[in-house]
Design a protein around this ligand. Structure first.
Ligand code: 3NM
Length: 216
């Protein structure tokens, strides 16, 4: 896959947007320049059945309009049914090797938290890995303790060419640390979902942003 696609990876489900209309938030993020989108429909209020599939199709259509890859979290069956661009799985989901067999050439992203998980993900055919939570997050109820940038730096040093996206508590104020640690991209939920000005937030999160403070 192209590393640039990971640069600003927006993740959203209906539970993440509070009072706002999720499709409006997604379209504003697409207009602002996100480079990848993951539908992650979780929690006690998560859509199910027909409503979930309908919402997923609407998200997919918006992504297609903006030529941004549409990735489905966990739900391999839905991803295949919709012809999504990819699937993202965690360690508690089906093994990546099985998912790879099921999805063929679709993109496969795997969340990893250790060298061992990273190596297995690569053997199993992951196209990219997600590393986190880098900072504290309130968007994932079962998130592990924040791991900082050390593992991210190690992973980059071991695999210079591997597409890596960092996740967890990433905002405009700390994104520069992520670029310095060598990630190809940042994956965010709340930075965009809670933003009052999505265009400015997205611009500030981009790697070569003039909004972001750079060290001299
Ligand atoms: N996965 P926010 S952290 C979905 O560590 C997810 O694997 C994580 O949301 C992991 O940008 C996380 O609001 C939540 O912190 C990211």
């Amino acid at each position: 896959m192209k590393h640039e696609k990971l640069q600003l990876y927006f993740i959203m489900g209906t539970a993440n947007v509070q009072q706002r209309e999720p499709l409006v938030v997604l379209e504003q993020a697409l207009q602002a320049g996100i480079t990848m989108f993951q539908l992650r429909e979780k929690g006690s209020t998560a859509l199910t059945g027909q409503a979930y599939e309908h919402f997923a199709r609407q998200c997919q259509q918006l992504c297609q309009t903006y030529h941004v890859p549409f990735i489905v979290n966990d739900d391999v069956t839905l991803a295949i049914k919709l012809g999504a661009d990819g699937v993202h799985i965690g360690q508690e989901d089906l093994p990546a090797s099985i998912v790879r067999q099921q999805i063929g050439k679709m993109l496969l992203g795997v969340s990893v938290h250790s060298q061992e998980e990273l190596q297995i993900a690569l053997q199993d055919g992951a196209d990219y890995v997600g590393i986190g939570p880098i900072f504290a997050t309130t968007s994932k109820s079962d998130a592990k303790a924040p791991c900082g940038t050390q593992f991210l730096q190690q992973a980059r040093a071991m695999y210079p060419e591997l597409p890596i996206v960092a996740i967890g508590g990433i905002h405009e104020s700390n994104v520069q640390m992520i670029w310095e640690a060598g990630a190809d991209g940042v994956a965010v939920i709340s930075a965009i979902c809670d933003s009052e000005d999505i265009a400015t937030t997205v611009a500030a999160l981009h790697k070569n942003s003039s909004f972001t403070q750079t060290k001299t």
